[in-house]
Design a protein around this ligand. Structure first.
Ligand code: HAM
Length: 423
């Protein structure tokens, strides 16, 4: 039996890849405008990094990591997310010694052993941003407005931006206590997962999609009820700045995130049209994470968005650009001598930056013209024995159906003129 790709992964074929490139190019432009620089970290890390960084009580660490022992008996894990790795790189490369804040972005595959479904993969791709070394609300607002403006640039609509403050370790401990108190008497009405969460991570119960859990938690104390003065002032300032930036958002006091490292600001962006997996972006502040993994106390904030989900949203909303016709010309050489000459001409045209192809199978004129049309070539460059004898090249405009001849020695120059003029 033919071998198939692993469950929850995708092959990106020509046709789809162009859409990815369009999105990646737009992302890079926006990052440049906002002054973010790219960082690339390894695809796998010591397992401990995620256990300490993402948090032992999270679904990711408990159930979803691709963990293996390497041949030296070290426990390694394919990265399930990018934030912990970026913080490790920040510490390991002493980026805290540089002017702060350090503003970084990354794009690449992440791995989570989840149940695959529409919009949920085992290998998926994230674009993420991390700002390290600044604790001001202005940073939170810049990060969220980058997300907002990227989506505006892409033309996405129907966005729901949810913002919350999950507080600091001090006010969160208070919230945890109040929440457990509130839920204690109805604990057995919760789903199995939430019963486990009750001790481990009760905050996550607020986020459960299960209707019976939602019924139990309606009216439960939210993080807002317990925010300390500092967290509360920070949050108010972030919201005021988001107003200034023109970001349309909703404060959602029940928004809690699935990773343990968040403090203060947390946010998510949803597009309901794309189905159950509607979160296209999630992020927040993590002021304790760098210290948690062994670095100096350093505030941080960032987000990550699922590239697959953003592309689905763009598809559903018909916001992907029309595919560009790729090929400028198809060189059609008939016979071995013409092939030699044509092969050399092809090299000269490519060296000038013109996208050109040549038949590689020695087919006849008709078949080659058909191939030229199939590849949406603008021109067919025909070099038969007769043309070769006269040192001429026949240029057929496949859009207008006209043709003309140029001396072979002038071919590169003439074609380059047409290419530059875009005709
Ligand atoms: P996250 O919420 O786990 O956060 O993931 C961010 C985004 O990645 C999600 O909103 C979703 O679009 C996409 N995503 C997650 N899992 C999958 C999956 N299995 N298949 C497809 N897409 C998926 C983080 O990863 C944090 N590191 C974000 C962050 C950065 N917080 C601060 N800095």
């Amino acid at each position: 039996m033919a071998i198939q790709r692993p469950k929850g992964t995708q092959d990106l074929l020509p046709g789809a890849v162009e859409q990815w490139q369009y999105l990646e190019d737009t992302i890079r432009s926006v990052c440049r405008e906002y002054g973010y620089e790219e960082i690339r970290t390894p695809m796998f890390e010591a397992t401990e990094l995620f256990q300490r960084g993402v948090g032992q009580t999270t679904d990711i660490v408990q159930k979803e990591m691709y963990t293996f022992l390497d041949k030296g008996d070290r426990s390694m894990t394919l990265r399930p997310e990018g934030t912990a790795s970026v913080c490790r790189a920040y510490v390991e490369n002493k980026l805290h010694g540089q002017p702060q804040p350090v503003k970084l972005y990354y794009m690449g595959p992440m791995f989570r052993y989840e149940r695959p479904q529409s919009g949920r993969f085992r290998q998926f791709h994230q674009f993420g941003v991390e700002v390290l070394g600044a604790d001001q609300p202005l940073v939170d607002a810049e990060v969220i407005s980058l997300v907002w403006n990227l989506y505006q640039r892409l033309g996405l609509t129907q966005l729901e931006v949810h913002v919350n403050s999950v507080g600091c370790p001090v006010c969160r401990a208070k919230h945890r206590e109040q929440l457990q108190e509130f839920l204690a008497s109805r604990r057995n009405e919760l789903c199995k997962d939430c019963q486990e969460r009750f001790e481990r991570n009760p905050l996550r119960i607020l986020d459960c999609k299960n209707l019976s859990c939602q019924a139990v938690t309606s009216g439960a104390p939210t993080t807002h009820d317990t925010l300390c003065q500092d967290c509360s002032t920070h949050f108010e300032r972030v919201l005021a700045l988001l107003d200034v930036a023109g970001v349309v958002y909703r404060v959602n006091p029940r928004l809690v995130r699935g990773l343990d490292y968040y403090t203060k600001t947390a946010f998510e962006v949803m597009v309901e049209e794309i189905g159950a997996q509607s979160a296209i972006c999630g992020g927040g502040r993590y002021d304790g994470l760098v210290e948690e993994i062994g670095g100096p106390p350093t505030p941080g904030i960032g987000f990550a968005m699922g590239i697959e989900r953003v592309l689905t949203a763009l598809q559903v909303q018909h916001k992907l650009p029309e595919e560009k016709t790729g090929l400028f010309a198809m060189l059609i050489a008939l016979g071995e001598k013409a092939q030699n000459e044509g092969f050399s001409l092809l090299g000269a045209l490519r060296a000038q930056g013109m996208p050109v192809n040549m038949d590689l199978q020695g087919r006849n004129l008709k078949a080659q013209l058909k191939a030229a049309n199939r590849q949406s070539a603008r021109y067919a460059l025909i070099l038969g024995e007769e043309e070769l004898e006269r040192n001429m090249l026949l240029i057929r405009d496949l859009t207008l159906g006209e043709q003309s001849e140029v001396p072979l020695v002038k071919a590169v120059e003439e074609l380059n003129k047409k290419y530059q003029r875009g005709v």
